[in-house]
Design a protein around this ligand. Sequence first.
Ligand SMILES: Nc1ncnc2c1ncn2[C@@H]1O[C@H](COP(=O)(O)OP(=O)(O)OP(=O)(O)O)[C@@H](O)[C@H]1O
Ligand SMILES: [K+]
Ligand SMILES: [Mg+2]
Length: 713
Amino acid sequence: MLQTAPEQETPPFPAPGPQRGARRHRRVAAGAVEPRQLLTAFPDAVRKLHPRVMVRNPVMFVVEVGSVLTTLSALLAPSVFAWLISAWLWLTVVFANLAEAVAEGRGKAQAETLRRTRSTTVARRLRVWKVGFSPHDWEEQRVPASDLRPQDFVVVEAGGTVPGDGEVVEGVASVDESAITGESAPVIREAGGDRSGVTGGTTVLSDRIVVRITSRPGHTFLDRMISLVEGTTRQKTPNELALNILLASLTVIFILAVVSLQPMAGYAGAEQTITVLVALLVTLIPTTIGALLSAIGIAGMDRLVQRNVIALSGRAVEAAGDVNTLLLDKTGTITWGNRQAASFVPVKGVTRELLADAAQLASLADGTPEGRSIVALAQRHGIHHGDADFVHGRFVPFSAQTRMSGADFAYEGDFCRIRKGAAGAVLHWAEQRGAEIPVDARWIADSIAAGGGTPLLVAVEDREGTRVLGAVHLKDVVKPGIAQRFAELRAMGIRTVMVTGDNPLTAKAIAAEAGVDDYLAEATPEQKLARIREEQAGGNLVAMTGDGTNDAPALAQADVGVAMNTGTSAAKEAGNMVDLDSNPTKLIEIVEVGKQLLITRGALTTFSICNDVAKYFAIVPAMFGGVAGYEGLEKLNVMGLHSPTTAIASAIIFNALVIVALIPLALRGVRYAPSSAHALLRRNLGVYGVGGLVAPFAGIKLIDLLIQYVPGI
Ligand SMILES: Nc1ncnc2c1ncn2[C@@H]1O[C@H](COP(=O)(O)OP(=O)(O)OP(=O)(O)O)[C@@H](O)[C@H]1O
Ligand SMILES: [K+]
Ligand SMILES: [Mg+2]
């Protein structure tokens, strides 16, 4: 079984390895910052000097206020030293803004491209159109796409642009989604199944589909994507807020320390100027991390976009860094999702033709991929029922709760009910109607399931009573390479659980083939949700990937809910991330980006604080050098700096340059290789803690050597 892939309309599953993602036009060299980017972001950095913008960043706001004070003092009592300090304090603020502006600038170009996609489309809206009826009585109107409202129906034909987000309710078409995904291979979008979602701005390449619009104008996926890559809707994440509060508290403590220093210094006859006090404060407060914090967050979101994942909340990206359980649905996520009817297996005493006949009748109005493939397979057995056989009938649509579908209708003058569906559901239905269950019915279903296939039992009820006729064998194929990637997840400490609506035997077979750690079968949407709550109650941070409407509640509950872009709009609305490649193992990369974000933030915080401690040694001896009673401080001048003024100026210049030097690291992120949290912590404390302590000694000394030649200092 499972070795021959059906025609794969879905883009080929990205192979693990270095070539992954290389085909994306959008992917830029990871994290590289070109000097040109710094230049183009410069005007934005200056614009951000507005106090209303600056107050959002308490640390840098204090630096800005300090810059104003030193500038005033330089105007009142001009000196080379005062002007030098003022200038570099302003530069410090501008450099911080530059980091943020560069991070945002990367999204801007992308937003421009997306905006062009959104350009005005004319929609062909259908008036009066009833789902489930032959669409004879509707007419077409041409309206601007911006007039479309949820529940409108539009028709899109080959060559046309899908005017808004929605759900295909009729037809199958191949769609070019490259405008959104950057992926040029066309994908199939079809009514009924879990591949029904279409996105406004994409192009229909073949055939004709009817789409039910699901989004309001201005709130489409494309709109959300634009505001996301532009960073306009970015909100601080919980961790970022907490860190901001910590940094602000440190700043307040240092302000108090510096303010109380003046009377003490005055007492010793070493009263300090405003310029020196501000300089001392700025070297002490955590300016490095304060300047880079927001850029780190924006760059994290951006790194996900590079991987074709649209994260709708920064909180989800952070949570991804700590995820330890991943739940996935089976059909469409672990398997390709176009389950096709492969054969009819009748019970003893029933002919294959009778079974095929009943199965086709039960599927005529079933628009799911399963239903349509049954109709097609029966046709290959020479059975050709048409809509005419179904005029007086009522179609019973499939639902994830009943796990059945079918039809009630009059057939050759007689009433008849046919049901097809999951074995448990159909046997229960038949038993309730007094059927005697054929001994081989269960056996047939089990043997199909044990091979990884999905059995659909078919039963009829008519004047002669209720009988189970046999099974339809649905085949579905596990996406290649998936077992290996689940093993990678395991190495990262993430447990994978498959939650499927399918029966336990099929689930077991697919679970074994895909290499998941655990599985839950016959799960209703409520049970999928309950399973997530259970995991969360057990202290786990849970990610969920899914594509179906039956996954939506679980996707909404999960800490990280990744909807497949191929999925239904219900799934995409519910999740907090959308994977444009519809690749369930994308979670590996999402987790990496999340971890990288947390590590980068931690590393730069460590660096920043250690740095400030070291700078203290440069500036304090300079302030009190030669003051009677403070001779002991002279010993702290281990660097042998030229003079008090050059020492203070060097510290401020170094403080500003460090920000620029670290912008590339903040944007690229600290390298992440899977290892234990403990080892990571040790490594980062080593590199960024010790590095942070040592760097200022070298840097400040070097700057001091240079600026002692500045005349007048
Ligand atoms: N069109 C259909 N008509 C009748 N029964 C169906 C149809 N489609 C699926 N079923 C049955 O209902 C079961 C549950 O379907 P459901 O969509 O909830 O889960 P699933 O798609 O099999 O799994 P997953 O939740 O992993 O995507 C299927 O396993 C199958 O036995
Ligand atoms: K500082
Ligand atoms: Mg599904």
